[in-house]
Ligand binder design. Structure first.
Ligand code: HMG
Length: 408
């Protein structure tokens, strides 16, 4: 590779509560098989009013810096990719800049393009490093979001919340990105959007799946052309995961592109080829997505964390594909290479302890939290302990129109 910049550090942070999909299914009168198998989800993370895009971003970033022994003074660019920012003007990134105590000689901004914002930040950081402007410094790119579709909607079982922080540098320990095989795709579509007046996203759900697959086709062609043998060379395929079954549909599309036609369940042999390929290249890294739900900008990188915590050793120095999709729509397909010693950092990036400490919310508690969150932006004072939260950074209300954050 001509430029080995890529991901040097990686960490996740998310809310303290989750909903079990079987509980949601029974409350909504839906066969649990639809959520568990049809969508592939087991649980979804639910943010309380005191856990917002800023607190999750700062928490994930602190874990990435601390866990990978990176001095905050080394950060020269900070980008937060989010579609659930906390202000129309002020970026989440500048709150995070203060909370982490970063140097003032730092370029800091927010990117928005639905779930694509963090991938835009990652590739911009790679360009920043490649241009020589970084002068040896590193970029901190954070994906932080709360996916809200509203109670009793088709999108409700595809909610989630969380942040993934990545430090991007030269000679990265975890994953280098090949700058000659980054492919892009843009098309104006109304598949999923959130107007200024709404806290909840509107989605044309089935159309959005089609838009995602078309974008995968376009971005992959831009990255690697009409290749028919890419999957055979790869050690893994990572996708944007709004719900786990989407990764299967995406993998099917990649295989169809290589075989030059549609694959159908009615043709046993080709379907077995698809399911074998999916089981080998994509399914093993979807466990965190199934546990946490859609975290929008961070979903692809959650799959990367899952891969690295399980298979960094067996896939050391192997190439993997990454596909990021943001509704509206924009997408990137690229090829990365797992670091030779990436397995040494397994403990630093594995969120298993955090997930084990989460609390299962009853459906009544979940619905109460959702309603309380709707009022949170204008609340004078919020008490994290009333949501069972302690020992972290929390949003505690808005005074004189300024958001207040506090550690408890
Ligand atoms: P729906 O209409 O409620 O569900 O919406 P469905 O009827 O299509 O069923 C879903 C699957 O479950 C189907 O499987 C059913 O057969 C199966 P498929 O045909 O797709 O293979 N099923 C069952 N399986 C087992 N046992 C059962 C059972 N019943 C049904 N009993 C939809 C589903 C995803 C459309 C909805 O949840 C939604 O609108 N979600 C939000 C939009 C979304 O996630 N779109 C994904 C692509 S766009 C994207 O990724 C961008 C995004 O992340 C936003 C951003 O960029 O910011 C969303």
């Amino acid at each position: 590779m001509s430029n080995p910049a890529g991901i040097d550090a990686l960490a996740f942070a998310g809310p303290a509560g989750f909903v079990e999909m079987t509980d949601l299914a029974s409350a909504r009168g839906v066969d649990p098989g639809k959520y568990l198998k049809g969508l592939g989800q087991r649980r979804m993370a639910i943010a309380s009013p005191c856990e917002d895009t800023v607190t999750m971003a700062a928490d994930a970033a602190a874990r990435a810096l601390h866990g990978f022994d990176i001095d905050p003074a080394e950060i020269g660019t900070l980008i937060v990719g989010t579609e659930t920012g906390v202000d129309h003007s002020k970026p989440v990134a500048v709150y995070v800049h203060e909370l982490l105590g970063l140097d003032q000689r730092c370029r800091t901004f927010e990117t928005k393009h639905a779930c694509y914002g963090a991938m835009a930040g990652l590739t911009a950081s790679i360009d920043w490093i490649g241009s020589g402007r970084a002068r040896g410094r590193k970029a901190l790119v954070i994906a932080s979001d709360i996916a809200r579709y509203g109670l009793n909607t088709a999108g409700e079982p595809t909610q989630g919340a969380g942040a993934v922080a990545m430090v991007v540098s030269e000679n990265p320990r975890l994953l280098s990105i090949d700058p000659t095989r980054i492919g892009d795709y843009t098309r104006q579509v109304m598949d999923f959007w959130r107007p200024l007046y709404s806290k909840y996203a509107f989605a044309d759900g089935h159309y959005s799946i089609q838009c995602y697959l078309d974008a995968l086709t376009g971005a992959r062609q831009d990255a690697v052309g009409e290749r028919s043998d890419l999957l055979a060379e790869l050690g893994a395929c990572l996708y944007h995961v709004p719900f786990v079954k989407m990764a299967f549909k995406a993998h099917q599309r990649q295989l169809e592109m290589e075989r030059g036609g549609p694959l159908s369940k009615d043709h046993n042999e080709s379907w077995r080829l698809l399911t074998d390929s999916y089981q080998r290249l994509a399914a093993p890294w979807l466990g965190l997505n199934a546990e946490i739900g859609n975290i929008y900008t961070g979903s692809l990188f959650l799959a990367l964390i899952d891969l690295l915590r399980q298979a960094a050793e067996s896939l050391a120095d192997r190439e993997v594909s990454l596909f990021s999709y943001g509704s509206g729509c924009g997408a990137t397909f690229c090829i990365g290479r797992i670091g030779e010693d990436a397995a040494r950092w397994r403990e630093a990036l594995d969120p298993a302890d955090q997930l084990a400490a989460r609390r299962r919310l009853s459906i009544d508690e979940y619905e109460t939290l959702i309603t309380a969150t709707e009022q949170a932006d204008t609340a004078d004072q919020l008490d994290p302990s009333s949501y069972g939260l302690n020992g972290g950074l929390y949003y505690v209300g808005t005074r004189d129109h300024c958001r207040q954050y506090s550690r408890s």
